[in-house]
Design a protein. Structure first.
Length: 332
């Protein structure tokens, strides 16, 4: 593959629109310093210096898409509360559409991370999981029926909070098939999965589990290249998807496409400070790459470069197009 083609493909991210569907989360960061241990219990006392609210979960995929130079919209569930209003405000600030976000009866999911001296001290979650109400489900499907044809790819970001389930994926596959029949355009379906829902993702274009998720999904303990290949083959067979991209941390990535040999891609990370949100970055880059006409291998290579950047940042970080271009070898 020529390096010139990778540079050109990043430039082609502009104008591509990806619909991100999944579990919307507010990432609440509390930043501070620790100088003593509490006299009440053997825990650090954090002196808070700063707080920050960021788009998390599937909303962080959207944030990465926009940062990389693409466009898109977000569809999912929030609560009728202050954090839900914060989600809408943050999505609007990105210049993305929030029309697919449904306000339901349960509270917005919030993950609070307390960080001191650059390290996470504790995380606590506020959430209510489970399948959405019939009314919420109908509103999510109605948005898809009206808007699906305006996108170049669909990204499903599953955090196992309940939005992504069998019933919803059946409707999504139906509408994707209808879109292809009516327009002649087959939209790539990229899935960042949770193992408990793997049966939902039959027929995906590519699925992007991490090392642990791939082990859980395949039932094969991955400890070398042989078991890695066996696990990838098992996932391909069980889900009937076109490709599996397994992210492996410091070991890089492994891509297996149906009927082709497995490709291993070494990590591009120079330093690893925080893996929070790295899976979102990989998924967003894969989605934009496929929307822009990349081959599966090209999209995976770009995603690997993007992941190498984001793990060098603290917090729910994202990668911009200029940073991605800088990591690529000089164009020919």
């Amino acid at each position: 593959m020529s390096t010139h083609s990778l540079h050109d493909l990043v430039a082609r991210f502009s104008g591509k629109r990806v619909l991100v569907i999944g579990d919307i989360i507010v990432d609440h960061f509390v930043w501070g310093s620790v100088t003593r241990i509490s006299p009440e219990a053997p825990v650090p006392v954090v002196n808070v210096n700063q707080e920050e609210l960021l788009l998390g979960g599937s909303a962080n995929v959207l944030r990465n898409l926009i940062s990389l130079g693409g466009g898109g919209s977000l569809s999912g569930l929030i609560g009728s509360d202050a954090m839900g209003r914060q989600i809408i405000e943050l999505v609007d600030e990105l210049g993305a559409s929030s029309a697919g976000i449904v306000c339901g009866r349960r509270p917005t999911t919030v993950k609070t991370r307390v960080i001191a001296q650059g390290q996470q001290v504790v995380r606590f979650d506020r959430e209510q999981t489970g399948e959405p109400s019939a009314e919420t489900f109908a509103a999510l499907v109605a948005y898809l029926e009206e808007h699906l044809q305006s996108f170049d790819a669909v990204m499903v970001s599953d955090y196992a909070k309940g939005v992504i389930n069998d019933q919803f994926m059946v409707q999504l596959r139906r509408l994707l098939a209808r879109c292809e029949a009516e327009t002649g355009k087959k939209l790539p379906l990229i899935v960042d999965p949770k193992p408990s829902n793997m049966h939902c993702f039959v027929g995906a274009t590519v699925i992007t589990p991490n090392h642990l998720e791939a082990t859980q999904m395949s039932g094969i303990q991955i400890h070398d290249e042989h078991t890695l290949l066996a696990a990838a083959h098992q996932i391909l067979e069980d889900i009937g998807c076109e490709a599996v991209l397994i992210t492996r941390g410091e070991a890089g990535m492994a891509l297996l496409q149906s009927g082709q040999p497995m490709i291993t891609i070494p990590t591009m990370a120079k330093e690893v400070y925080d893996v929070t949100g790295a899976g979102d970055t990989v998924a967003a880059t894969m989605a934009l790459g496929l929307a822009a006409g990349c081959s599966m291998e090209q999209a995976a290579e770009l995603a690997n470069h993007a992941a190498g950047i984001v793990v060098g940042k603290v917090g729910t970080a994202c990668v911009n197009g200029a940073e991605l271009l800088e990591t690529l070898p000089p164009a020919c």
